[in-house]
Design a protein around this ligand. Structure first.
Ligand code: G1P
Length: 309
C-alpha cells in the first residue's frame, strides 16, 4: 500500500473570462454558490476525503482567496458577543479551520501542468490530489474519497472520468480505457487533451479530480507544450500509463453522480438552485417558490420578456 494522501493542490490562477464583467475585480473562485464562495466547497470536499493540507496555486488579482481562508478578527469579535449570532460565527470561522492552507504563485500562465508543477516542493514524495475549482461535486457523491481508496489499493495515478455527449468531448481531456472487471474503475490506456470529436478515443471526459503519484512532477518537467501551447497535465499523466511502480499505472474512476461546471453560466445557476433547494434552512421556502415559478413558466406559461445580458 502506498503512502496516505494528505495534500491537495488547487490551481486558481485562471482568469475567469467566461464570467466577465463579474470577474473583473473578483476571482471566479470567489463567486458565491448560495452563501459560500465556490472554492470553499472544493476545500470542504478535500477535507471530507481525509486531506488536511491544501496548496493554492494562485496569481495576480487572487488575494481575496487568501483573505477568505484567513481569520477575520473584527467580524469574529463583533459576532462573539451576540448570542443570536453563534451559528453565523461558526460559519465565518469554518473556512479558517478546515485544513492547513498554503499559497504559491504560478508567475506565468503556462497551463494546468505548469500550475501543478509549482506544488512539487510542497508535496515532496507523497501521492496527492489535484482539485480544479471549476468543478463542484455534490457533497453526497464521495468521488474523491473513492479515488483516494483506489489509489491506495492499486497505486499509481487515478483520474476522474465522466461520460459526456460526443459533441462536448473537445472541451475535455479524453481517455481510452479497458476493463479490469470492476464496475466503476477502469485502466486508462491512452489520454488525449481536448480531441476533435472524430479523433476522440471514447466519450469518457477527464473531470477536475486527480489523485497523482509524485512521479508526475518529473513527467511534468519534461512535458513539452501541447494543446493551446500550454503544458498539459493530461500529457504528463499519459506519459506514466506504462510506468507501473514509477508513477503508473493510471486508473480512472467513472463518476455517475452530480457534477456542476461553475465555469459555465447555466451549470453555475443549476448548482445554486440545486444546493439551495436541498438546504434544510432555505430549501422549504425556496422549493415552494421554485415550484410556483416553474408552473407559471412551463410548459404552457408565457415566458417573460427576455432580459438583455
Ligand atoms: C482542464 C484539463 C482537461 C479537463 C478539464 C476538466 O481543462 O486540461 O483535461 O478535462 O480541466 O474540467 P480546462 O477546462 O482547464 O481547459
Amino acid at each position: 500500500m502506498s503512502a496516505g494522501v494528505r495534500k491537495a493542490i488547487v490551481p486558481v490562477a485562471g482568469l475567469g473570462t467566461r464570467f466577465l464583467p463579474a470577474t473583473k475585480a473578483t476571482p471566479k473562485e470567489m463567486l458565491p454558490v448560495v452563501d459560500k464562495p465556490a472554492i470553499q466547497y472544493v476545500v470542504e470536499e478535500a477535507v471530507r476525503a481525509g486531506l488536511d493540507d491544501v496548496l493554492f496555486v494562485t496569481g495576480r488579482g487572487k488575494t481575496s482567496i487568501e483573505d477568505h481562508f484567513d481569520r477575520q478578527p473584527e467580524v469574529e469579535d463583533k459576532l462573539t458577543g451576540d448570542a443570536g449570532k453563534a451559528d453565523l460565527l461558526s460559519r465565518v470561522q469554518a473556512s479558517t479551520s478546515l485544513a492547513r492552507i498554503h499559497f504559491v504563485r504560478q508567475g506565468e500562465a503556462r497551463g494546468l501542468g505548469h500550475a501543478v508543477l509549482q506544488g512539487a516542493q510542497h508535496v515532496g514524495s507523497e501521492p496527492f490530489a489535484v482539485l480544479l475549482g471549476d468543478d463542484l461535486i455534490d457533497e453526497r457523491d464521495a468521488l474523491l474519497t473513492e479515488m483516494v481508496g483506489v489509489q491506495q489499493r492499486l497505486g499509481g495515478c487515478v483520474i476522474a472520468l465522466m461520460e459526456v455527449p460526443a459533441d462536448q468531448i473537445h472541451l475535455y481531456g479524453c481517455a481510452a480505457v479497458e476493463s479490469i472487471g470492476e464496475t466503476d474503475v477502469v485502466r486508462v490506456t491512452g489520454l488525449v487533451e481536448k480531441p476533435p470529436t472524430d479523433e476522440a478515443p471514447s466519450n469518457l471526459a477527464v473531470i477536475g479530480r486527480y489523485v497523482l503519484a509524485p512521479e508526475i512532477f518529473d513527467a511534468l518537467r519534461v512535458t513539452a507544450p501541447g494543446r493551446g501551447g500550454e503544458i498539459q497535465l493530461t500529457d504528463a499523466i499519459e506519459a506514466l500509463i506504462d510506468k507501473a511502480g514509477e508513477g503508473g499505472p493510471v486508473h480512472g474512476v467513472v463518476f455517475r453522480g452530480r457534477r456542476y461546471d461553475t465555469g459555465d453560466k447555466a451549470d453555475y445557476l443549476k448548482s445554486i438552485v440545486r444546493i439551495a433547494a436541498d438546504r434544510s434552512d432555505l430549501g422549504p421556502e425556496f422549493r415552494d417558490w421554485l415550484g410556483e415559478f416553474v408552473a407559471d413558466r412551463l410548459p404552457h406559461g408565457d415566458p417573460a420578456e427576455p432580459i438583455t445580458p
